[in-house]
Write a protein that binds this ligand. Structure first.
Ligand SMILES: NC(=O)C1=CN([C@@H]2O[C@H](COP(=O)(O)OP(=O)(O)OC[C@H]3O[C@@H](n4cnc5c(N)ncnc54)[C@H](OP(=O)(O)O)[C@@H]3O)[C@@H](O)[C@H]2O)C=CC1
Ligand SMILES: O=C1O[C@H](COP(=O)(O)O)[C@@H](O)[C@H](O)[C@H]1O
Length: 510
């Protein structure tokens, strides 16, 4: 068990949505699970005029995100937890000197004996990340001579390769790379981490994990919700920046990477960077035209309820060209993956919420059961990231009786069958890792830049290319029909809405 040293967590942007919805509940769960160190304190900081008590009311006592947990026999913990939560009003301007903050940090350090170890969590608008790092340095709050200092940085990390590089360079002026933890909450999901275990702790998958046996790889990330209250943010971002550049390319890197020499953070991160650098960058318009599809959801009815189209959502430009659906086909230029196409799609307002990876295996080179009814697309490994987390192996078996008729069968495993095991929420796991100084599940500077390097030309083409298509799809369906063009040389997109064990693999969009 790793040691969690005494420390303080300072959250910038503490009056915001993420703090209330994800961060405080994650810390509360760690507190209840006795995973926090003996001496631990949280200091929220933002510009809203709040007292400690008002902040505690907002994020603890009256928090809708803790309500269930409190009711769930945990009310005994609430007082003790809230006593460790404080708030510092940073005042009204962006470049506030952090004198007040420094005094508060010093006082809490003495009172709670936190040994000078501090995590700063940046949960503000991204335009402030560098400014806050600089302000911390100006106030001497980044020095490590009296305890370590770490900086967790929320997504989005940059808006393009150039802005990500600038942000990396900006932060590196005040914090060294080993101090910086770029969060990607998908890496905190058990099932994403399980990709590593599935591949590297079994001897049955890895020998097949290459171009000799794999025909193509398909990844679907679907959300049933629209942009909800984040129209303003989303309209400047879009599916490619919001999900693909970070979460999905992280998943891709875990599928593509070579076996690391060990489980140390840098050993794993080095391989992920190599994987991301091996993605073939799409440069010419013909490839970009053929290998990328974007679309927006349009007004529709889902279960009898009228649903707005993307352009009618609050905060969205009525003439917006921001995509809510992105499907990308690409290749990986290395020995292992040469010639194997990857198909990745992500979208809002799909029929269901699901994220899964499907490894499609090649058909046997010589088919002896010619009239068996064997479907050449039968051998698949489906890794369900969420929900119904699990793994499904699909293969052909003989139908009892004369002859060699073959039917599809499934071997499946569900995480829920490990019912006695407590599965941490992504933010819980990632916060605990940062508290313990383990950066394995955080993105390194070069990793983020390599991902942007791949995404930038697509964004540029979608913005400036000639006659770039923008399709529409009715809210509640599996995207535009034209997305089939991307994959039709190999069949169809798998219908991932199916229950894992009951999966006919048919296509609902063709
Ligand atoms: N909400 C979510 O589900 C997710 C959010 N993120 C990222 O997390 C970050 C925060 O998001 P979210 O909480 O939704 O955003 P909000 O807009 O809800 O909150 C941002 C917070 O930043 C504060 N703030 C503004 N200026 C400063 C400043 N100079 N110093 C300190 N705090 C400041 C604001 O409070 P005040 O006005 O009081 O200063 C506000 O509380 C963003 O980068 C977002 O992209 C990432 C993934 C999911
Ligand atoms: O980072 C983000 O992720 C969520 C989806 O996360 P999930 O864990 O629920 O799959 C997405 O809704 C949001 O737009 C994006 O910013």
């Amino acid at each position: 068990m790793k040691k969690t040293e005494n420390q303080m967590l300072v959250i910038f942007g503490a009056s915001g949505d993420l703090t209330a919805r994800k961060l405080i509940p994650a810390i509360f769960n760690l507190y209840v699970a006795r995973q926090l160190p003996e001496n631990f304190v949280v200091l929220g900081a933002s510009r809203s005029d709040l007292s400690d008590e008002q902040f505690r009311n907002r994020v603890v006592y009256e928090s809708p995100y803790l309500k269930e947990k409190i009711e769930d026999l945990k009310e005994n913990y609430i007082q003790g937890f809230a006593d460790r939560i404080f708030y510092e009003d940073l005042g009204g301007t962006y470049d506030t000197e952090y004198t007040g903050l420094r005094k508060r940090v010093e006082a809490l350090k003495e009172e709670f004996d936190t040994s000078g170890n501090i995590i700063y969590y940046l949960s503000t608008p991204p335009t402030l990340y560098e400014t806050i790092a600089q302000n911390l340095a100006d106030a001497g709050l980044n020095t490590q001579n009296n305890g370590w200092k770490r900086l967790i940085v929320e997504k989005p990390f940059g808006y393009s390769l150039e802005t990500a590089r600038n942000l990396n360079n900006g932060l590196h002026q005040y914090f060294d790379e080993p101090q910086i933890y770029r969060i990607d909450h998908y890496l905190g999901k058990e099932t994403v981490q399980n990709l590593l275990v599935t591949r590297f702790s079994n001897s049955i998958f890895e020998p097949l994990w290459n171009r000799n046996y794999i025909r193509h790889v398909e990844i679907t990330n679907a959300e049933s919700v629209g942009v909800e209250k984040r129209g303003g943010y989303y309209d400047k971002s879009g599916a490619l920046r919001d999900m693909f550049q970070n979460h999905l390319l992280q998943i891709v890197s875990l599928i593509v990477m070579e076996p690391p020499i060990g489980d140390q953070p840098e050993e794993i991160r080095n391989e992920k960077v190599k994987a991301l650098k091996s993605l073939r960058i799409m440069e010419d318009e013909e490839t970009l035209w053929n290998h990328t599809i974007r679309a927006q959801y349009v007004a529709s009815e889902i279960n009898g309820q009228k649903v707005k189209g993307y352009r009618e959502e609050d905060g969205v430009d009525p003439n917006s060209t921001t995509e809510t659906y992105a499907a990308i086909k690409f290749y990986v230029d290395n020995w292992r993956w040469h010639g194997v196409p990857f198909y990745v799609r992500t979208a809002k307002r799909m029929p269901t919420k699901v994220t899964e990876v499907v490894i499609h295996f090649k058909t046997p080179h010589h088919q002896i059961f010619k009239d068996s009814g064997v479907n050449s697309k039968d051998n698949k490994l489906v890794i369900r990231i969420q929900p119904d987390e699990g793994i499904l192996m699909k293969f052909g078996v003989k139908v009892p009786g004369q002859g060699f008729k073959v039917e599809r069968a499934n071997l499946d495993f569900y995480y829920s069958s490990l019912a006695q095991t407590y599965v941490m929420e992504a933010y819980e796991r990632l916060l605990l890792d940062a508290m313990q100084g383990d950066a394995t599940l955080y993105a390194r500077a070069d990793e983020v830049e390599a991902a942007w390097e791949f995404v930038d030309p697509i964004l540029d083409y979608w913005k400036n290319g000639k006659d770039v298509r923008m399709y529409g799809y009715a809210a509640g369906v599996w995207g535009p029909e034209n997305a089939d063009e991307l994959i039709d040389d190999l069949g169809y997109w798998r219908n991932p809405g199916q229950d894992l064990a009951d999966d006919p693999g048919y296509c609902v969009i063709c």
